[in-house]
Design a protein around this ligand. Structure first.
Ligand code: GLC
Length: 657
């Protein structure tokens, strides 16, 4: 059952697609308006679990920290952060005798204190008006299903987007791209796509290529004939450049975010001085969406939207003030306070909150302050692109994933989880985010495998790949200046080849479970406790998850570990895989097991009574998978029925003995 409570809703986010009558009874939270804030409190007992909040730090159980939804571009992702790139304001509270979901529908900053100030108390606070949706059901699955129904069906990418993607910030020329293709080919490593980052653009201008990419269309077609797609980046801001027609059109039509007097508000991002398109303005959004045509016409079928929190390195006004002030210090006697003041001013240039307060959107002729609807910006950018794709070709799926998101954008795009680092604990964070993101509607998801920031190590790249083969988006991506982490740059290329082959081996199961989870509003990844809620042990397990109908994942996320403890909440079959063709199995009973997992082995578990479809050959790309030649790994004594969704989305039922 879903109820809606209205607290002076400021702005309709569009997150909810169903009309739900306003409830008149008292909300389950202890509500008060105090100090200009809407405050929702709830007393926890010692066993209360809190799930949700999508892309965030810390555990699957979110209890014990304070999280803030305010989309932020900050690559330093550690556990004391409160806000990442997204705002996914859905939580599920599970007590012994009560379970409910709560969605706080607001475009503004909102804080979830889940036992931080007071270890036993939840306090959700926001200054702006909002709607709160309360969902009660007997089961956690039921709560999630009802929630997902009111936010609308999740985005589904094309089939090829489930193949492996190589990416790096720093690829610059057509030759760089050809070099990657060549290296993947000569090393017999599968590859489905390559991302083109900002250096491939002409002077950081969206929807362009630099001059090294001659004969673009032929080049794109040539690669597509090898089943390799190019996936260009689209950044949120548009370069200020009088010779750039997109900039000129935006200026002429006033499709930019403006200051309070409706003048263009110049900001700085990768292209230097730029303007932010006003994705919240309908006409501007339609106009921006139509710009993807440039690339669609060339045969491009996938995009990644970036810097759309929006990330701002400076505002033109402020940078002028700062550098004027600093200039005045030249030759002056400098005390240490002066040093710190000047340093602070420079550091304070980036993502300064004042910019968000000075920026305005023109929504139906009314100026709305950006700060109040900040969290919607990336969402509306994804919407602009996606609605245009439908117009361009309503029968085709395009790949789109975004860095910034807010519930609602899950209908239009997937997400990658931003600028992580080559740290072991980010493998674990990657695992823990998967169920939380699914609860909030995000299904096409993945993290930068092997880590974006910092230098990776060969064993980290291997261990991370051993998790990424199970996530819908599998992309090896890294930052400029870091160690080259394309798999062919390491010593044990054979191990990477084997691991990649397992991605394609498992893909029939992954794709099928993905589509069914989207279509039935259920989870592709679950915390163990959701499936085994009578088993108290599963309540606290944070480093194992259930993947699809029957697989249990328990990856290695510690350096130099050649094994780990795994708790099995039922009888399972251990599947120890070397590559797509070679694996061994052994039955394990419910309980604790120390499982050896050497660097060159992928180990996962299939629950008793089930079987999974696999492709038992090495594939070069997703199109090599022959759906008429699937094999099964069986852990069933009785007849077992599996509904497989194949690559063309046909449902095929198999009876497995
Ligand atoms: C941002 C993105 C990253 C990209 C870089 C350069 O940091 O998150 O993925 O490589 O910008 O475009």
């Amino acid at each position: 059952m879903i109820k809606r409570y209205n607290y002076n809703l400021l702005y309709n986010t569009g997150s909810i697609i169903k009309n739900i009558e306003e409830a008149k009874d008292k909300i389950i939270f202890d509500y008060r308006y105090d100090n200009n804030k809407n405050i929702f409190k709830y007393e926890m007992n010692k066993n209360t679990i809190i799930y949700g909040l999508g892309e965030n730090v810390r555990g699957i159980n979110k209890r014990g920290w304070v999280y803030t939804s305010f989309n932020t571009d900050d690559p330093d992702i550690h556990e004391t952060r409160s806000s990442l790139y997204a705002s996914h304001n859905f939580i599920i509270i599970i007590d012994e005798n009560k379970k409910f979901g709560a969605f706080f529908d607001t475009p503004s900053e909102i804080t979830f204190d889940l036992g931080y100030q007071d270890i036993d108390c939840i306090s959700v606070e926001t200054e702006n008006g909002l709607n709160v949706y309360i969902i009660e059901d007997d089961s956690i699955d039921g709560i999630i299903k009802e929630f997902r129904e009111i936010i609308g069906e999740s985005y589904i990418p094309p089939f090829w987007a489930f193949g492996f993607c190589q990416s790096r910030w720093g690829y610059k020329t057509k030759e760089d791209v050809l070099d990657i293709v060549k290296n993947y080919e000569i090393n017999n490593l599968p590859l489905d796509s390559i991302c083109l980052d900002i250096d491939c653009l002409d002077n950081y201008k969206d929807f362009t290529f630099n001059s090294s990419f001659d004969n673009k269309k032929d080049f794109i077609t040539e690669l597509k004939n090898k089943n390799i797609r190019l996936v260009p980046i689209v950044d949120a801001a548009i370069k200020k450049d009088g010779s750039y027609y997109i900039y000129n059109e935006m200026l002429k039509n006033k499709y930019y975010c403006m200051d309070k007097d409706s003048n263009p508000y110049f900001v700085g991002v990768w292209p230097g001085d730029s303007l932010l398109p006003d994705y919240l303005n309908n006409n501007a959004s339609k106009w921006f969406g139509s710009k993807y045509k440039e690339l669609l016409d060339l045969g491009i079928e996938g995009f990644w939207n970036d810097m759309n929190e929006p990330a701002l390195f400076y505002s033109r006004n402020h940078v002028d003030e700062v550098f004027k002030y600093i200039g005045e210090q030249v030759g002056k006697n400098f005390e240490v306070e002066d040093y710190f003041k000047n340093k602070g001013m420079v550091i304070g240039l980036q993502n300064n909150l004042n910019y968000y307060k000075e920026l305005y959107h023109n929504i139906d002729g009314k100026l709305i302050r950006h700060y109040d609807i900040h969290n919607l910006y990336g969402y509306k950018m994804a919407e602009a692109a996606s609605l245009y794709f439908k117009e361009y070709n309503k029968n085709k799926r395009y790949l789109l994933y975004s860095r910034s998101s807010h519930i609602g954008s899950h209908r239009y795009s997937g997400i990658w989880t931003g600028d992580n680092a080559s740290w072991w604990n980010h493998i674990l964070l990657n695992l823990k985010m998967l169920p939380s993101l699914n609860m909030c509607g995000y299904m096409y998801i993945g993290a930068d495998s092997a880590g974006f920031g910092q230098n990776t190590t060969e064993d980290l790249a291997i261990r991370w790949a051993e998790l990424s083969i199970f996530t819908p988006l599998f992309r090896n991506h890294s930052a400029k200046g870091t160690r080259n982490q394309e798999y062919y740059n390491f010593k044990n290329i054979d191990i990477f080849r084997n691991i990649l082959s397992i991605r394609y081996m498992i893909l029939p199961y992954l794709y099928s479970e993905f589509i069914k989870a989207v279509k039935t509003n259920s989870l592709l990844y679950k915390p163990l406790f959701m499936e085994f809620s009578n088993d108290e042990r599963t309540r606290e397990i944070e480093d194992e998850i259930i993947f699809g109908e029957s697989i249990l994942l328990a990856p290695i996320y510690v350096q130099n570990a050649s094994g780990r403890y795994v708790y099995l909440p039922d009888d399972y079959l251990e599947v120890r895989v070397k590559n797509a063709k070679e694996f061994i199995t052994r039955p394990l009973t419910k309980g604790d097991h120390y499982i050896k997992m050497n660097l060159d082995e992928v180990v996962f578990f299939i629950r008793k009574g089930y079987a999974i479809p696999i492709y038992k050959e090495f594939a070069k790309n997703v199109y090599d998978i022959n759906y008429d030649n699937l094999s099964w790994i069986k852990n069933n004594d009785n007849l077992y029925e599996y509904t497989l969704v194949d690559k063309d989305d046909n449902y095929r039922t198999y009876k497995i003995k």
